[in-house]
Ligand binder design. Structure first.
Ligand code: SF4
Length: 325
């Protein structure tokens, strides 16, 4: 049994302008000790997907199935989800400064989360806070546990967020852009830390990011999302060596290259992400797709493409993959 099995996940929001279909039928699994990278531009649905797994969409319609270690979470009593959240599934958010409460010490915030799930005395919970701050490499944790978030540097605050997530010894961590606000050196340290913790504890990790460099460092499996749907899914090595979806190829071509010629302009994907309120017909990527632009094919504007298996462990949602002219 997989640690996490997500099947046919859909998330809809009602707005004054109409229904926004933010996630349209996503499937994936996460095993113990595995990192799944979910990548895409803003509005692709990656963060909405992670919040749905955490049961944090109060005003949205969430359907499909999210099974965590055999327990179905969609439609489960709030108490069941609350007990798992924080205790066995933890989240690391992007901006530690706004996620940590400025008024309370780092130690109090970790201790409160720990006592919520484990009970016990404040003293024991603070001792646990010192332990996990040490685990994530905060120097002098017994002293710094009494400091407030503004007394920590950006990298240390992100480590404190990871310590907060780890304090209850979760089985699954969902990290939503955990390194976006950090400089590259600190980013590398935080990613190494997550990797080490994963090896030591057999954690499953979902890494949500727009940054393919982060995905290349940590992910075993990658799900590329576009306009609320899955565009491509493959083991990380395969995705980077043989990307098949034009959107994935566009993302990879947009990465800065060390071997670029002097004066060579950075490439980008033309256009903007689709409206989720009024998405384009057929393949949501077709208004930006270079393949469609070169040779418009009615298949691209017909049915919405779904992921299909195109090679061993490699799935692609391009209508033209495998279609011979
Ligand atoms: Fe491009 Fe058509 Fe494939 Fe969409 S289905 S990615 S428009 S070629």
């Amino acid at each position: 049994m997989s640690l996490l099995e997500v099947t046919g996940l859909e998330v809809e929001f009602k707005t004054a302008e109409g229904v926004v279909k933010a996630v349209k039928g996503i499937d994936f699994t996460v095993e113990r000790g595995q990192t799944l990278g979910i990548v895409g531009e803003s509005g692709s649905g990656k963060s909405v997907t992670s919040l749905a797994v955490m049961g944090l969409h109060r005003s949205a319609k969430v359907t499909g199935s999210v099974r965590f270690d055999g327990t179905e979470l969609i439609g489960a009593p709030a108490e069941t989800v609350r007990k798992l959240r924080g205790r066995r599934i933890a989240m690391v958010f992007q901006d530690a400064l706004t996620s940590l409460h400025p008024y309370f010490t780092i130690g109090d915030q970790i201790a409160e989360a720990y006592r919520e799930h484990h009970g016990g005395s404040r003293k024991a919970a603070l001792a646990r806070a010192v332990e996990v701050l040490g685990d994530v490499g905060i120097p002098e944790p017994a002293r710094r546990v009494h400091e407030h978030p503004h007394q920590f540097s950006g990298g240390m605050r992100q480590r404190a967020m990871i310590a907060l997530a780890l304090s209850c010894e979760p089985d699954l961590i969902i990290a939503d852009e955990p390194t976006t606000a950090l400089d590259v050196t600190v980013q590398a340290q935080v990613l190494e830390l997550l990797k080490k913790l994963q090896q030591d504890r057999g954690l499953g990790i979902i890494m949500i990011t727009h940054d393919l460099g982060v995905i290349a460092r940590v992910a075993d499996e990658v799900l590329v999302m576009y306009g609320g749907s899955a565009a491509e899914q493959a083991p990380a090595d395969t995705l980077f060596s043989t990307p098949r979806h034009p959107y994935t190829r566009g993302l990879l071509d947009s990465l800065p290259r060390l071997d670029a010629e002097d004066g060579e302009a950075l490439r980008s994907i033309p256009g903007s992400p689709p409206s989720l309120l009024n998405p384009p017909p057929g393949c949501a990527f077709h208004p930006r797709c270079p393949v469609y632009a070169a040779d418009p094919n009615p298949l691209c504007t017909g049915e919405r493409p779904l992921l299909k298996l195109v090679a061993d462990g490699h799935k692609n949602a391009c209508q033209l993959d495998g279609v011979t002219a």
